[in-house]
Design a protein around this ligand. Sequence first.
Ligand SMILES: NC(=O)c1ccc[n+]([C@@H]2O[C@H](COP(=O)([O-])OP(=O)(O)OC[C@H]3O[C@@H](n4cnc5c(N)ncnc54)[C@H](OP(=O)(O)O)[C@@H]3O)[C@@H](O)[C@H]2O)c1
Length: 284
Amino acid sequence: MHNPEQLTILITGATDGLGQRVATDLAGKGATLLLHGRDPDKGRRVLAKIREVTGNHRLYYFNADLASLAEVDRLAAAVGNSQTRLDVVVNNAGLGAGPDTQRRETSADGFELRFAVNYLAHFLLTRRLLPLLRLTAVQACEARVVNVASAAQRAIDFDDVMLEKHYDGMRAYSQSKLALVMFAFDLAEELAGTGVTVNALHPASLMDTKMVREWFGAPRTSVEEGANHVERLVVSDEFDGVTGTYFVQDQPSRAVEQAYDEKARQRLRELSLRWTEKKKQERP
Ligand SMILES: NC(=O)c1ccc[n+]([C@@H]2O[C@H](COP(=O)([O-])OP(=O)(O)OC[C@H]3O[C@@H](n4cnc5c(N)ncnc54)[C@H](OP(=O)(O)O)[C@@H]3O)[C@@H](O)[C@H]2O)c1
C-alpha cells in the first residue's frame, strides 16, 4: 500500500470514536472513504464534518444496522454495486459489554448481540466483499482486511456460543473479539497467494470513546493513539504482504490460545457459514 489518494477504504462504525477518527485522518490523506454507520442522520452529520475538516469530497455514507444480517447483505451489495475497487475493509464497528452487563440481548436474527454485531456481521460483510477485494488485489497488487479486535479475548465455548447458559457482558464482548481474531487467521490462510491480506489488532487500551466512557467511566488513552495503529495497518507499506497476524498496537503478538487451534477455527467457520447462509434463506 502506498499512496492513500489511490485507495478506497471501507470503515464500519465510522460515526463515532476510533472509526470516526481513522476515517477523518485517512480522508485528510486523500483516500476515498466509504463510511458505514447505523443512523442516517448521524452518518450525514459525521460525513459533513469530515468533509469540512479535510476538504475531501470523495466520502460516501452507507447505512446498516449490523444487528441484522439482512442489512449486512444490503450493505455489502450497496458497496459492491457502487465501487469498482476496494483496497481496504476496516472491520471496526463494535459494542462493549453494555450498560447492564448481566442483560443478554439478541440481534434481529436471534443471535447473542455482541457476537452478532462485533463478529458475525463482519464475517458476512467481508465474505460478501471478497470478490471485489480479490479483483482489487489483482489490479493493485494488494488489498487488506483489518479487523479491529481487542486484547480482551475469551475462548469460545462451542456448547454455548450464544451464551444462553451463562451470560456476562464482558464474556460476550471478549468471545466476539477472539472470534474476530480467529476469522482473521482463518481468512488469511484461505486467501494466501491472492494478494488480499487479513490481520487483526488491539488498537489501544481504554481509549476515550463512547464505549469506554459507558463501560469503564474514565479512559486511559487517547483515540489518536489507537487510530495511529489502525492507520498504519491500513496504509503503511511496512505491512505489505503481512497476513494472518494479530498485533497489539504495532507489535505482532500472541492471541488467546484457541485462535491457534485449527479445529476450533474450522468449527467457528462452519457454524458462521451455516448461520449466515441459513438466515439468508429465511430473510425476506
Ligand atoms: N475504546 C477502546 O479502548 C477499545 C479497545 C480495544 C478495542 N476497541 C474496539 O474498537 C472499535 C471501535 O470502538 P470505539 O471505542 O470507537 O467505540 P464507539 O465510540 O462506541 O464506536 C463504536 C462504533 O460502532 C458502531 N456500532 C455499534 N453498534 C452498531 C450496530 N449494531 N450497527 C452498526 N454500527 C454499530 C457505533 O455506531 P453509533 O455511532 O451509531 O453508536 C460506532 O460508530 C470496537 O470494535 C472496539 O471493540 C476499542
